[in-house]
Design a protein around this ligand. Structure first.
Ligand code: PEP
Ligand code: MG
Length: 756
C-alpha cells in the first residue's frame, strides 16, 4: 500500500500539468483498489460548482462538461459535509443525481472523500463499484490518505493552471488571481521573476529560455562526458570491493548515458530553446513515467537509477558555472522554493525589487533582511516556482500576495497603491525631527535593528536614538570562512561609528537555527532546539574570544557600545559568557588598550529565562526581549514554517503575559528592558508594549516612523488601559482586531494594513 501511495504521489509531483496529474491519479487508484470507477472532481469556487476533471470509468467526453452545483448530487454532499460518504447503494440515496452525459452504468457502491488543503475544500475523489456493498475500511482509509497527500499537489497544480483550465475561453490568460503567502516585508514590488534553486533536485528546476542553442548543447554534452568519467572512476575504484552483479548497476548507468532516447530527448528539448537543466528535468521525468508504468517490480525500481543519473548530470551542469547566474533582471523579483538570506545577498541591491519564497514566514531571516533593506517580500507563497522564471510579477508585501503576468487592471491598481504608499511615507517622514514622546511626556526611545552596514547609514535621518540590535551574523554569513579579529574589528568599528549619539548594541554571534554559515554546516533534526546562539559561542571559546576582542577593541574611545548575548537559557550561560568577556577584556588591557568594559545585556527569547528573569537581571546591565524567538518557543510554532504561520502571533495572550513578567522582573532589579523582536515594529503591539512599561523599542528602520506616530498619539495611561482591555481577550486574533480598531479610530488605517 505504502509503495503504491508513494508512487502515485511521486507521479503526480512529476506530472506536466494538472490534467495529467489527475488522470494519473484516477488510473492508478482504480487499478490499485480494484474498483470499477475512479473520478476526481475539483471545486470551481467562482461558479460554485464541482467539475469532473478526470475519470476512469465514466465517458471521457464528459470531463469538464459535468458540473454539479454546490450541494448537488452525492458529490455535493461530500463537499458540503466535508467528510467521507460511503454507501452500499449510492443510486438509492436521496441526494443521488443521474447525469446522462457521463454514460454512467449502474454502479451501486459509492465512496466519496473530500480533498482538503489548509482547511480549504478543493474537490472530491470518488470510487464506485457495481456491487451493492459498502467499501472496506482499508479502502476508505487508503483513499483518505491519498486525498490528503494529493491535496497539496493539487492545490499547487490548480493555482498554476487549473483555474485557467476551468475557465477556458473566458478571455485573457493574464491573471487577476493572486497566489497567496504570508506578508514578509511590506511594500509593493513590480519586476521580472528570477528563480533561484538550491539543490540538485530536478523537480525544482525552472524553465529558462536560452538564445545560444549550440553553446547549451555543448554545456550538456560536457556534463554528460563528466558524469561518464565520474562513473568510470567509480567503477574502477570499486573494482576489488564490489561483487560483479552490483557493478552491473553502473554499467546500466553508462548504457543509459549512451542511450539515444535520453541524450536525444534532452538535446531536442534544448533545440526548442530550453536550457539544459530544464530539458534534462523533462526528459528524466518522461523516462521515470515509463519505468514506473512497468509491471515488473524490478524494472520499476530502475526508475531510481534514472533519477539518480539525472541528479548527477544536473550537479555537473550546475558546477559548470550556472549555479550562480549573474544576469539578474534590472528589476529582479527573486523567487525560489526557499529563498535564503545569502541568496538575497547575491543580487545587486539596486536590482532587487522583491522576494518571493515558497517556504518561510515573516520572521525568517530573509524576511528580516528584506525588511531591513526595504525590499517587499512574500513568504510561504504557494507558487508554481518552476513555471514563472522570466514572467512579470507584482508582489504585494502588505497582504502577502503575488500576481504572475497580471492584468492591466491589476497593474493600474498597484500603481495607485504605490503612489498612496509614497504619500503615507511622506507624512510619516515629517515626524523625523520630532521626539518620540507620548502626549503625557514619557520618552520612549526608538532604536533600529540591523545586520548590514548599508542599512545603518541613514539611521540618524530616520530619527532613531540608537541601534538596539546589530546582528553580527550577517558579516559571518556572507563570507566563505570565519572573519578574523582584524576583519571583525573593522566591521564593528564602522558600525559603532555609524551612530555616535546613542547606544549601539552589538549582539554576539547568533548562528544555528535557520542561520547557517556555509563554511560551518550544522546538520540537526531540530535546529531551533539545537546548537545555536550562545551555545555555539560557549562551545567554541576560540571563536567567541576573537569576536569579543574585536568588539572591545572597536569600542575604544567610542563609549557607545553595548553587548548583547543571544539565546541564553540559564544563569550558568550568562556567567560563562561574562567570564570569557572578562578574559578578553583583561587580555586587551594587558596589551595596553585603553578600553572600558561595556554594558552587557541578555536577550530574553527562551521561555526558561522568563521565569528566571530576576536572577538574570541581577547579573547584567539591561535586558532585551527577542519576541521572534520567544513567540516561537512559547507557542511551539516554528517561525519559518508557513504551514503553521497562522498560529504564530506575538499578540497571543500567553506571549503578552510573559512580556509583562519580564518587564516586572527587570524593573524589580532596577535595570532597563527593551524589545528588539519584530513585534516592536508592529503598531498594534507597540501600544501594548508601551502600556507594559518597556523602556525602549527596537525595530527595522522601515517601521520606525509609524511607531513614532503611535508613541506620539497614545498617552501611557491610555496604553495601560488598552493593555488591560487586551488582556481580557482569550484569542490572539481578538486582541489584534481590537487593537486594529483602535488604530483605525485614531486615524492610522494605513498602518493597520501594514501592521501584519
Ligand atoms: C528575536 O528572536 O526576536 C530576535 C530579535 O533575534 P533574531 O530574530 O535575530 O533571532
Ligand atoms: Mg532570536
Amino acid at each position: 500500500m505504502l509503495d503504491t501511495l508513494r508512487r502515485i504521489v511521486q507521479d503526480v509531483n512529476n506530472a506536466k500539468d494538472l490534467d495529467q496529474a489527475l488522470q494519473l491519479i484516477v488510473n492508478r487508484v482504480k487499478e490499485a483498489m480494484g474498483v470499477d470507477l475512479c473520478s476526481v472532481y475539483l471545486t470551481d469556487s467562482l461558479r460554485q460548482q464541482h467539475v469532473l476533471m478526470a475519470t476512469n470509468g465514466l465517458n471521457p467526453e464528459s470531463v469538464r462538461e459535468v458540473r454539479l452545483g454546490f450541494g448537488e448530487g452525492l458529490i455535493g454532499l461530500v463537499g458540503q459535509k466535508e467528510e467521507v460518504v460511503n454507501l452500499a447503494d449510492g443510486a438509492s440515496h436521496p441526494n443521488y443525481k443521474f447525469i446522462p452525459q457521463t454514460g454512467e452504468e449502474v454502479y451501486h457502491a459509492f465512496l466519496g472523500v473530500p480533498i482538503i488543503h489548509h482547511r480549504k475544500h478543493l474537490g472530491v475523489l470518488v470510487l464506485q463499484r457495481h456491487a451493492r456493498e459498502k467499501f472496506d475500511e482499508d479502502i476508505v482509509t487508503f483513499l483518505i490518505t491519498i486525498a490528503a497527500q494529493l491535496a497539496g499537489a493539487i492545490a499547487h497544480a490548480e493555482v498554476s493552471g487549473g483555474i485557467d483550465l476551468l475557465h477556458q475561453g473566458q478571455g485573457s490568460k493574464r491573471s487577476a488571481e493572486p497566489y497567496k503567502g504570508q506578508p514578509g516585508s511590506q511594500g509593493i514590488g513590480v519586476g521580472v521573476a528570477f528563480v533561484l534553486y538550491t539543490s540538485a533536485e530536478l523537480t525544482a528546476i525552472p524553465d529558462r529560455k536560452i538564445d545560444d542553442i549550440d553553446k547549451e548543447l555543448g554545456v550538456f554534452r560536457q556534463a554528460v562526458a563528466a558524469v561518464k568519467v565520474d562513473i568510470a572512476n567509480m567503477i574502477s575504484s570499486l573494482a576489488t570491493s564490489l561483487p560483479a552483479e552490483d557493478k552491473a548497476l553502473f554499467d546500466a548507468y553508462l548504457l543509459m548515458l549512451e542511450s539515444d532516447t535520453l541524450i536525444n530527448g534532452v538535446e531536442n528539448s534544448i533545440r526548442e530553446g530550453n536550457w539544459a537543466s530544464a530539458a534534462l528535468r523533462d526528459t528524466i521525468a518522461e523516462h521515470l513515467r515509463v519505468f514506473e508504468e512497468m509491471e515488473d517490480p524490478y524494472l520499476r525500481e530502475r526508475g531510481a537509477d534514472v533519477r539518480d543519473l539525472g541528479r548527477r548530470i544536473l550537479l555537473r551542469l550546475q558546477s559548470g558555472g550556472e549555479k550562480k547566474p549573474s544576469h539578474f533582471p534590472a528589476r529582479t523579483i527573486l523567487v525560489g522554493e526557499e529563498i535564503t538570506a545569502s541568496m538575497l545577498a547575491e543580487v545587486p541591491v539596486e536590482q532587487i525589487a522583491a522576494v518571493v519564497s515558497g517556504a518561510g514566514s515573516r520572521t525568517s531571516h530573509v524576511a528580516i533582511l528584506a525588511r531591513a533593506m526595504g525590499v517587499p517580500a512574500v513568504m510561504g507563497a504557494d507558487i508554481p516556482v518552476a513555471r514563472i522564471d522570466g514572467k512579470e510579477v507584482i508582489v504585494d508585501g502588505y497582504r502577502g500576495q503575488v500576481f504572475i503576468d497580471p492584468t492591466k487592471a491589476i497593474y493600474d491598481e498597484f500603481n495607485r497603491l504605490a503612489q498612496e504608499e509614497k504619500e503615507l511615507s511622506a507624512d510619516l517622514a515629517a515626524l523625523q525631527e520630532l521626539p518620540s514622546v507620548t502626549p503625557d511626556g514619557v520618552h520612549v526611545p526608538l532604536h533600529v535593528n540591523g545586520g548590514l552596514l548599508s542599512e545603518l547609514v541613514p539611521t540618524e535621518m530616520m530619527g532613531a536614538e540608537g541601534i538596539g540590535l546589530y546582528r553580527t551574523e550577517f558579516p559571518f554569513m556572507i563570507r566563505d570562512r570565519f572573519p578574523g579579529e582584524e576583519e571583525q574589528y573593522q566591521i564593528y568599528r564602522e558600525v559603532l561609528q555609524s551612530f555616535t549619539n546613542g547606544p549601539v548594541t552589538l549582539r554576539t554571534l547568533d548562528v544555528g537555527g535557520d542561520k547557517a554559515l556555509p563554511y560551518f554546516p550544522i546538520d540537526e533534526d531540530n535546529p531551533f532546539l539545537g546548537w545555536r546562539g550562545i551555545r555555539i559561542s560557549l562551545d567554541h571559546p576560540e571563536i567567541f574570544l576573537v569576536q569579543l576582542r574585536a568588539m572591545l577593541r572597536a569600542s575604544e574611545g567610542m563609549n557607545n557600545m553595548q553587548l548583547l548575548l543571544p539565546m541564553i537559557n540559564s544563569v550558568g550561560e550568562v556567567d560563562d559568557a561574562l567570564a570569557i568577556l572578562q578574559r578578553a577584556y583583561r587580555e586587551l588591557v594587558a596589551e595596553n588598550s585603553a578600553i572600558a568594559m561595556p554594558k552587557v545585556g541578555v536577550m530574553i527569547e527562551v521561555p526558561s529565562v522568563v521565569f528566571q528573569v530576576e536572577e538574570i537581571a541581577k547579573r547584567v546591565d539591561f535586558l532585551s526581549v527577542g519576541t521572534n524567538d520567544l513567540t516561537q518557543y512559547l507557542l511551539a510554532v516554528d517561525r519559518n514554517n508557513s504551514r503553521v504561520a497562522e498560529l504564530y502571533d506575538a499578540l497571543h495572550p500567553a506571549v503578552l503575559r510573559a512580556l509583562i513578567q519580564v518587564v516586572k522582573g527587570a524593573h524589580a532589579q532596577n535595570i532597563p528592558v527593551g524589545v528588539c523582536g519584530e513585534m516592536a515594529g508592529d503598531p498594534a503591539a507597540a501600544i501594548l508594549l508601551v502600556g507594559m512599561g518597556y523602556d525602549s523599542l527596537s525595530m527595522s528602520m522601515a517601521n520606525l516612523p509609524r511607531i513614532k506616530w503611535v508613541v506620539r498619539n497614545f498617552t501611557t495611561s491610555r496604553a495601560r488601559r488598552l493593555l488591560s482591555e487586551a488582556l481580557e481577550f482569550e484569542h490572539a486574533a481578538k486582541v489584534r482586531e481590537h487593537m486594529n480598531n483602535v488604530l483605525e479610530a485614531a486615524g492610522l488605517g494605513g498602518l493597520v494594513r501594514a501592521g501584519r
